[in-house]
Design a binder for this molecule. Structure first.
Ligand code: ASP
Length: 400
């Protein structure tokens, strides 16, 4: 009998020590992934504003349109990083280009309108590399590039990369006409596959409907600005506000990269710049900690230097990536419909999604080293495995 009790007591102690802690919530963190084939190589988001399934229907879309777009982006990114010698920057750029071209997210082709009916896009990319030595701008550590307010560049993420890799790391951020002149120059555009498009390329029925609804709301409010950018608590669908895309990847050398691309907020004032292209606000990477890409009310993310805050919590407070992300988001002032969220990935291949309490979801997913793709949309969901369907009709004709 004594032995029986001893076994029982020791047994329960062991269970207490080794039991896998239940995940605190589906948006908190993935489990530790000791199996190298299960480590995350790439994590992405398509914005922290999601449509309900009814809203998708009203837009001529279904859930699997978003899931497949995410899966295609993850597959492209995985292909770009899975083998030795490939870089995390390639993966981030490849995944974001797919999302920019999909027309489903508020980035690239699906970008939201300004209050003047034009589209202006922002993007940034950053390397977490901390090795090497150089002087001043030529120091190879933590290179970054960004473009803001571009109106004729099909894939702003590639323009951001071109800025990052500019000879001698001359500049980090270029705006408007200057950014376009640089990115569309013959040598740069060829090397980075940057295409010039008319601003009409970004026009879609869907975004036109959104801006009209915003104008109607403004009219009903007696002409008072209800611009999403100006009054975050306007009560409109979060989807109309947040649809930015982002990606964070780690390569076989353990180098991280993060990138973000956006059309900004619907009905934003011409010239407004959000957090996405601002290094440390919407985008950041540091190999000693993690890479981060954010989505949400850019003004709040800038004021709280959100992407850098996650890295700082890991470096100085020794937080795990999941705890650092959660604490950073919890420290933000929330707003109706949610203030947004972020994705982060550390060099061990542990990723996390963190979303503000009032957010309904975030288009998101990740791919493991062995190529398994998992995606999720709504806040309470866990990412689930998904197979890539043969490409049917894309968003050019669907919901546009
Ligand atoms: N953060 C973006 C911005 O403020 C918007 C988004 O995430 O959709 O420009």
């Amino acid at each position: 009998m004594r032995t029986y009790f001893a076994v029982l007591v020791i047994g329960s102690l062991l269970v207490g020590v080794f039991a896998v802690q239940p995940e605190p919530g589906p948006m908190r963190a993935s489990k530790q992934q000791p199996d190298p084939s299960k480590k995350t190589l790439l994590v992405i988001h398509g914005g922290a504003g999601v449509l309900t399934e009814q809203e998708m229907k009203a837009e001529g879309l279904v859930r699997s349109d978003f899931e497949q777009a995410l899966a295609r982006a993850l597959a492209a990114g995985h292909e770009a990083v899975k083998d030795k010698g490939r870089t995390s920057v390639n993966a981030v750029e490849a995944a974001i280009r797919v999302m920019e071209d999909s027309g489903l997210f508020n980035a690239g082709r699906g970008a939201a309108f300004n209050s003047d009916g034009r589209v202006e896009l922002d993007a940034a990319i950053m390397e977490g590399n901390m090795t090497g030595q150089g002087e001043g701008k030529r120091d190879p550590r933590k290179r970054a590039g960004a473009v803001t307010g571009v109106a004729h560049i099909k894939n702003p993420i590639s323009a951001a990369r071109a800025v990052m890799e500019m000879d001698g790391s001359r500049h980090v951020m270029l705006a408007g006409d200057g950014a376009e002149t640089f990115a569309l120059g013959e040598a740069v555009s060829r090397r980075y596959r940057i295409e010039r498009v008319s601003n009409l390329y970004f026009w879609s029925d869907r975004r036109l409907r959104h801006i009209r609804e915003e104008f109607k709301k403004e009219g009903a409010a007696g002409g008072k600005k209800s611009a999403s950018a100006a009054t975050p608590d306007h009560g409109g669908s979060a989807e109309r506000r947040f649809g930015t895309v982002g990606a964070v990847a780690v390569d076989t050398d353990g180098h991280l990269a993060a990138g973000t691309s956006t059309g900004g907020l619907t009905n934003k004032l011409p010239g407004r710049i959000g957090d996405s292209p601002v290094i440390g606000a919407g985008t950041y990477a540091d190999d000693r900690a993690c890479g981060v890409s954010c989505t949400g009310t850019g003004e709040v993310f800038m004021r709280h230097a959100v992407a850098h805050d996650v890295v700082a919590r890991m470096l100085y407070a020794k937080n795990s990536v999941a705890d650092a992300a959660r604490a950073t988001i919890d420290a933000l002032p929330d707003e109706e419909g949610g203030v947004g969220g972020l994705i982060a990935l550390d060099r061990e291949g542990r990723h996390t999604f963190a979303l503000s309490k009032k957010s309904a979801g975030m288009y998101r997913g990740f791919v493991t080293a062995d190529g398994q793709i998992l995606v999720a949309i709504y806040a309470a969901e866990r990412p689930r495995p998904i197979n890539l369907a043969p490409k049917r009709q894309d968003a050019k004709s669907k919901g546009r």
